[in-house]
Design a protein around this ligand. Structure first.
Ligand SMILES: Cc1cc2nc3c(=O)[nH]c(=O)nc-3n(C[C@H](O)[C@H](O)[C@H](O)COP(=O)(O)OP(=O)(O)OC[C@H]3O[C@@H](n4cnc5c(N)ncnc54)[C@H](O)[C@@H]3O)c2cc1C
Ligand SMILES: NC(=O)c1ccc[n+]([C@@H]2O[C@H](COP(=O)([O-])OP(=O)(O)OC[C@H]3O[C@@H](n4cnc5c(N)ncnc54)[C@H](O)[C@@H]3O)[C@@H](O)[C@H]2O)c1
Length: 472
């Protein structure tokens, strides 16, 4: 058995683990990184990257079919589903070197391509190596949760781990789960020529503001996606090529089945009990400093840390941990400024509190300002006018923003910056943005906050009247 002593041992080479390893080694720490499967983790191999690449194929197909309104005749594109998957894998391959063993070894990280498990409170074993570290970071991510629905075991089905390898185009894809994975995949497949049915046990986009979700859902339905809400999948039957999902709202039969009902954290290979690391179904039990509540040598990052499950959150955790592990400085995570976006068309994005959450927390102190996308000149030119921004404001400061519409995922960043830095609405209103850009919707939302204060204010009118009489 080999033995290694190191400053930091990172378990998991996905979004969180790689950010921590790269940051820590470049700042002078000795780092060992354990990855039992593919470097880059879920985001690169089975998540963000392949899903956004497939969405890009779908967007292209949709554009070809919808050119006439711009004076460019509609054409019915020839869709080669297998070639779209080649594009997906080519995109993964282009990004993979950044996350590769070679790159990390080049940075000075000792990479061990094995799964790690705790063999004591201070040691982890990976293959035939025992690593003793001053600090461990568990960044083992999550995988698809496959629910125990009767009959599912006996029927072929897909998850995010194998849908990107499917090369025959599904005639009719049934998706169980109307969260971000289900809805992104639903629209991508619909636009690539599949019939699509989404079966959702509660409300689709249930974590988002219902008014904003409705804007996106209307569009998805108008593209021909059948979305059945409040229809819990209770039983599955069928065989290869003909799968039936039984729900209280009826039976739905398709050719292929995708399961997208949430995530299960990866803790089973870790032997956390032996490491004295407490955990539950949502991940390691950590404080706001991301440190295990039962073993002070152990920290968590990313999906396994029990909070929001996004790549940018895993990256943010890396920053929080580096501050505390490398410099010994107090460092806590915040969650009020974390944005997220779902990359349907139109997109759906959120940061901070939704309208309902803001009203619950701040009562009558919250003011909600709105701006509809169809007033934006650039969006009119692009014919992308379905959309709305709502900003929740308390004492002149934004506490949340919700956006449904073209480029919502880009637009939300300005509000994430404002909330992260406790900026006032005036900071957005005072910013000059180029005309004609979609970003003007942000400024117009801030303007909507000040308009009544300036234009419907009798004192302002009186002052202006007086000044005008005296000015030469
Ligand atoms: C279909 C899909 C689309 C998504 N789209 C987006 C998006 O657009 N934007 C976004 O922000 N997020 C998106 N996400 C979420 C995002 O992928 C995750 O939040 C992110 O990958 C979490 O990073 P992580 O480092 O926590 O875990 P992961 O990236 O999953 O990495 C964990 C790594 O740990 C390894 N591992 C596990 N156990 C061990 C062990 N015992 N020893 C050694 N290695 C181990 C695994 O093999 C894996 O490589 C998407 C997810 C899915 C499924
Ligand atoms: N654009 C992005 O950033 C992006 C994209 C995809 C995934 N993700 C991440 O991955 C996570 C997981 O996504 P997800 O969509 O799998 O999960 P989710 O938890 O967001 O949604 C799952 C949905 O499945 C429904 N459901 C559960 N059991 C059901 C059943 N038996 N029958 C019918 N419906 C059922 C739930 O009501 C829920 O609406 C997200 O929360 C997010 O953190 C992010």
């Amino acid at each position: 058995m080999n033995r290694i002593k190191t400053d930091i041992c990172v378990i998991g080479g996905g979004s969180g683990g790689l950010s921590i390893a790269a940051g820590a080694v470049q700042m002078g720490a000795k780092v060992v990184l354990l990855e039992g499967h593919k470097m880059g983790g879920d985001c690169l191999n089975y998540g963000c990257v392949p899903s956004k690449a497939l969405i890009a194929s779908a967007k292209q197909a949709h554009a070809m079919n919808h050119g006439a309104v711009y004076g460019v005749g509609n054409v019915s594109p020839t869709i080669d589903y297998a070639a779209a998957k080649d594009h997906v894998h080519d995109v993964i391959a282009q990004i993979a070197p950044v996350d590769s063993v070679e790159r990390f070894e080049g940075l000075g990280v000792h990479v061990i391509s094995k799964y790690g498990r705790f063999i004591s409170r201070t040691e982890v074993q990976a293959g035939d190596t025992v690593i003793e570290a001053r600090r461990f970071v568990v960044a083992t991510g999550s995988g698809p949760f496959v629910p125990p629905i009767p009959g599912l075991d006996g029927v072929p089905h897909y998850t995010n781990e194998n849908i990107f390898d499917l090369r025959e185009r599904p005639k009719h894809l049934i998706i169980i789960g109307g969260g971000p994975i289900g809805m992104e995949m639903a629209q991508a497949h619909r636009r690539l020529g599949c019939e699509v049915t989404v079966i959702e046990g509660a409300k689709a986009f249930g974590k988002d503001d219902p008014e904003m979700a409705a804007i996106v859902l209307d569009n998805l339905k108008s593209e021909g996606i059948d979305i059945v809400e409040e229809a819990q999948a209770e039983k599955i039957s069928g065989k290869d090529g003909e799968v039936t999902v039984h729900t209280p709202k009826g039976e739905f039969t398709g050719s292929h089945l995708l399961i997208a009902v949430g995530r299960k954290v990866n803790v089973d290979k870790l032997d956390l009990e032996t490491g004295g690391v407490a955990y539950d179904r949502s991940g390691l039990k950590v404080g706001s400093d991301l440190r295990s509540v039962t073993n002070k040598k152990v920290y968590a990052a990313g999906d396994v840390a029990g909070g929001l499950q996004f790549t940018h959150v895993a990256g943010y955790h890396a920053g929080v941990l580096i501050r505390s592990m490398l410099f010994g400085l107090p460092s806590k995570q915040r969650t009020d400024h974390i944005p997220w976006a779902t990359y349907t068309d139109p997109e759906l994005a959120q940061v901070g509190l939704t309208e309902a959450q803001a009203k619950k927390k701040h009562g009558s102190a919250v003011e909600v300002v709105r701006f509809e996308f169809h007033h934006n000149d650039r969006l009119i030119a692009e014919r992308k006018t379905k959309g709305l921004i709502k900003v929740m404001v308390v004492k002149g400061k934004p506490v949340g923003a919700s956006i449904a519409g073209h480029m919502a995922g880009e637009l939300i960043s300005m509000w994430a910056m404002a909330i992260a830095n406790k900026m006032k609405m005036s900071a957005i209103a005072n910013t000059v943005v180029p005309y004609p850009t979609v970003s003007e919707v942000n400024k117009r939302a801030a303007g909507a906050y000040f308009s009544p204060r300036l234009f419907d204010n009798p004192t302002v009118k009186r002052v202006v009247g007086l000044v005008q009489r005296w000015l030469p």
